[in-house]
Design a protein around this ligand. Structure first.
Ligand code: URA
Length: 248
C-alpha cells in the first residue's frame, strides 16, 4: 500500500490539474473521498485504500500522460464544465480516456489550436510568462490598420495600464473592407488579441489560433484532434523562428 499523501498532491499527480488549481476544486466541493465531499484543505489520503472522485468520476493515479492538439471550433467553451450548458471542448475528444484539461483558454468565438493534457507541470511551463511561449493567431480585423498602428502594436501599447510585450504582425491580405493579419504574441492576457486591435480602432471580426511556438495545426480539420509526441512538444518552446504557415 502507498504512503498517505495530501489530497491536492494526489490530484495533481493524477494529472487533474496543478496543485493550486486542485485546491480550488477541493474548496468548490468537487472532490469526494470514499463518497464524502471534502472541502477542508490538508486532508491526507492513502492511494489504493481510499477512493477519490473528481466531479463524480474516480481518479486513477496511474493515468498515462498524454498531449493532444485540438482544432477548436467556434461555439465551444474551454472550461471543463459550463453552467450555461454550452458545448465543452473535451466532448470532442472521443476515445480519450485520460482526463485532460485545456492549456490556457480560447474565447467561445475563437477557433484553432488548443492544447490539452493531463501533465500539470508542462501546462504550467507553457503558461508561465517567463517562458515566453509564442502564440500565433490569424485575425480578420475591420478596415486596414495603418503602418503606424501596426508599428505601435508591435512595440507594445497600453492595455489596462500595462504595456503589452513586443509582438510580431504581418498583413496577410485584404478581404473586402477587412484585413487578415497574422499576429504573434507571447503573453496570454484575457482577450488580448481582440483588445489590442480594438485599442487601435480595428475590432476583430474573427480569430483563429494557428500555432503554439512552431507547433501548428498543419491542416488538422476544425473539430478534429491529434495525439502529440515529444518532438511536437519541443516545437512549442521553440522561440527561435516565428511560425510560418505553408503557402502563405
Ligand atoms: N486573444 C483573444 O482575444 N481571444 C482569444 O481567444 C485568444 C487570444
Amino acid at each position: 500500500m502507498e504512503e498517505p499523501v495530501r489530497l491536492q498532491k494526489f490530484l495533481a499527480r493524477a494529472g487533474i490539474a496543478s496543485r493550486r488549481k486542485a485546491e480550488e476544486y477541493i474548496a468548490q466541493g468537487r472532490v469526494k473521498v470514499d463518497g464524502r465531499i471534502v472541502t477542508a484543505m490538508g486532508q491526507q489520503i492513502t492511494p489504493g485504500k481510499q477512493k477519490v472522485f473528481f466531479d463524480n468520476k474516480e481518479v486513477i493515479a496511474e493515468e498515462q500522460i498524454i498531449y493532444i492538439l485540438l482544432n477548436k471550433p467556434k461555439g465551444y467553451v474551454t472550461t471543463l464544465s459550463d453552467p450555461q450548458g454550452r458545448p465543452i471542448v473535451t466532448s470532442l475528444l472521443q476515445g480519450i480516456k485520460e482526463r485532460v484539461f485545456p492549456v490556457g483558454r480560447l474565447d467561445l468565438d475563437t477557433e484553432g489550436a488548443l492544447l490539452l493534457t493531463n501533465d500539470g507541470k508542462l501546462a504550467q511551463s507553457i503558461l508561465h510568462p517567463s517562458n515566453e511561449v509564442f502564440k500565433t493567431y490569424e485575425a480578420e480585423v475591420k478596415g486596414c490598420p495603418s503602418a503606424n498602428a501596426i508599428r505601435s502594436l508591435e512595440k507594445g501599447i497600453l492595455l489596462e495600464n500595462k504595456k503589452t510585450a513586443p509582438a510580431n504582425l504581418r498583413i496577410k491580405h485584404k478581404k473586402n473592407k477587412n484585413s487578415v493579419i497574422i499576429i504573434t504574441i507571447h503573453e496570454g492576457r484575457k482577450r488580448q488579441v481582440k483588445k489590442m486591435f480594438e485599442a487601435v480602432g480595428h475590432p476583430v471580426q474573427s480569430l483563429k489560433r494557428l500555432a503554439y511556438g512552431r507547433l501548428g495545426l498543419n491542416g488538422l480539420p476544425v473539430g478534429k484532434f491529434k495525439i502529440l509526441h515529444q518532438s511536437d512538444i519541443k516545437k512549442i518552446f521553440s522561440n527561435k523562428t516565428l511560425y510560418k504557415q505553408k503557402n502563405s
